[in-house]
Every structure is written in C-alpha cells, then in structure tokens.
Write a protein that binds this ligand. Sequence first.
Ligand SMILES: C[S@@+](CC[C@H](N)C(=O)[O-])C[C@H]1O[C@@H](n2cnc3c(N)ncnc32)[C@H](O)[C@@H]1O
Length: 322
Amino acid sequence: MTQTSLFDRLSALSEPIRVRILRVLSNEELAVGEIARVLQTSQPTVSRHLKLLDGGGWVLRRKVGTATYYRLLPGELEPELARLWELVSAEVEEEAADPASLYAEDLRRLDGILSQRTGDSEELFRRLGGRWDSVRQELFGDGFTLWLLSALLPEGQVVADLGCGTGALLPVLAASAGLVIGLDREQAMLDVAAERTVNLPNVSLRRGLLDALPIESGQVHLAICGLVLHHIRELSPVISEVARVLTPEGRWVILDMVEHDREEYRSTMGHQHLGFSEDQLGKLLREAGLEIRSWRLLPPDPAALGPGLFVGVVGRVGKASQ
Ligand SMILES: C[S@@+](CC[C@H](N)C(=O)[O-])C[C@H]1O[C@@H](n2cnc3c(N)ncnc32)[C@H](O)[C@@H]1O
C-alpha cells in the first residue's frame, strides 16, 4: 500500500459514495458490477471511485480470471488509514441504524446480491479459485478422501493389514470389509490400534510375525503391507506366508520406499533395505508364484522429508484378481 498525506487521506473520504463503497467492501469482497448494483449506480462511476481508493491504499484487489474483486480489511490498512476508518465508520454505523438511511439500504441490497451468489455454485467456485483447497480443508478436514476411496472396495471381503502399526487404516477398511485382520509384532502398536477399533466388531487384532502369520491358508482376499517390508531382512519367508494366506484370486498391496541412498536409516531406524526396485521385488515374488500387476510411484508430497514411495499390486501368476 502507498503512503498518503493527511489531505489525500481525507479527500478519499470526502465524497459520500466513496464511504458507501468502503463500507460495503468492509462487509464483503465484491466485483465492480456487484458494487454498482449495491449502490444503484453505473459501473464506470464505481470504477472511477475505486481507482482513487485503490491508489490511496484503501482497498485490496484480487484477480480471479478476468474478474477483479475488491475488499476493505481494516486490519490490513496503514495505521493512519485504519484510525481514520474507525472514526468514520463509527459515525456511519450510527446513521445506518435508521432503516430509511442510504447506508441501511446498501446492506439490504448487499444481502440480496450475496444470497443470489450462494445459490449460484458456478459463481462460487469461480470466486474461490485457488482458495478451494483451504476452504475444503477448513470445512471438512482432509481425512474424508480415504473414506470416499474405501467405498470402492468390494463388500464383505477378508482384509489383512500386515504390520498394521497403530491401525490408522483399520477403521477405513472395516467400513466395507467382512473381516479386517490387523497384525503386528509389537504389543504397544496393537494397544493403540485396539483403542481405535474398540467399537468395530469386524476387526480382529493379532500379535504375530509376518513370516509365521496366525491366519488360516487361503482366507485373505486383500493383504496390505504399508511401510513394513523394508524392516524385514529375509523377505522370502514373508512372501511365502502371504502367498499361503491369500485366496487364489487374492491381491497384496505393498506400499514402501523406492530405492534410496540414506544409509543412516539402517542405524537410526533399523531399516534392513534402502527401499526397493520393481525388479528386485518382482524376482522374489515370482519364486513364490506371485507377480507384480501394477507398480506406481506416488507423487511426492512437497512437505515430506523422506524418500519417494511406490505402491505395487501383487497377485498369483496366471490368476485374475478379484
Ligand atoms: C513403519 S511401521 C508402519 C505401520 C503402518 N503399516 C503404517 O503404515 O503406519 C512398521 C510396522 O511393522 C511392524 N513390523 C515390523 N516387522 C515386523 C514383522 N516381522 N512382523 C510383524 N510386524 C512387523 C512394526 O512393529 C511396525 O508397527
């Protein structure tokens, strides 16, 4: 915002229409056409006054496509302008208490225009533009996408989260599965998972090892290993065990790190493998009659510090998956 002299500041407020413009903009962000409708005047008139107010640092401008939106945020004004606005707006609000005043009429028309806007979702999304992600997050959080995707899972299947840790995935899987087995070696992890799933009768938590699964053969439609395999030195016995518990058409979804060179993870986090390549896992899987059906690198999360991730889907050689 530009620095303005006392008289420039006062002259910006010397015309009643400019004070009316500022007042409606202190209530709502508006485009020129909308301000003109609120004030019942022409767009060129509004544009002329806005230019002066903009030059004096009174309004914030935001471009969305070809439209420009204006706003007065008292907290963002230069301190001198903020003090002046406080004085002027207090006077104006006193006058606005009279329902017959122009100021009162302005806000009634503003309400009308805003209610038209909320009924018009095209206008809403055009205005929100790049801000939609944060509005979505504010209104609904960011966990619901997982629940949306879980609705794509077949109903009633047996799903096993092998190395489930604290069980963050279990409630989401339990929404459509018939039975969800959450397996982990560590009791401390299973204790947290138990709290998470206390009201979910179709979740069965089991303490055990991936190379000796406490699960009947041929029972599991979908096995999941999320960030687990890099902790296991000898992968072949684990792969044989998963092959044993899968149904003939069962799938095994593996999420882990792609190959990387962060040697320090071996000593700081007990990693046995520095990520995996598709080739390396593919070879081990084939020895157990399994094959990789798809292999995708995940788009990196800009805030994440760890190596890149992949998700692979594995099935039995020669069998279509469910
Ligand atoms: C990095 S955590 C991942 C937990 C969870 N899957 C997730 O994505 O948040 C790895 C988990 O695998 C478990 N784990 C590691 N080796 C295991 C094994 N051989 N048998 C069973 N669980 C194991 C650990 O106890 C730990 O809870």
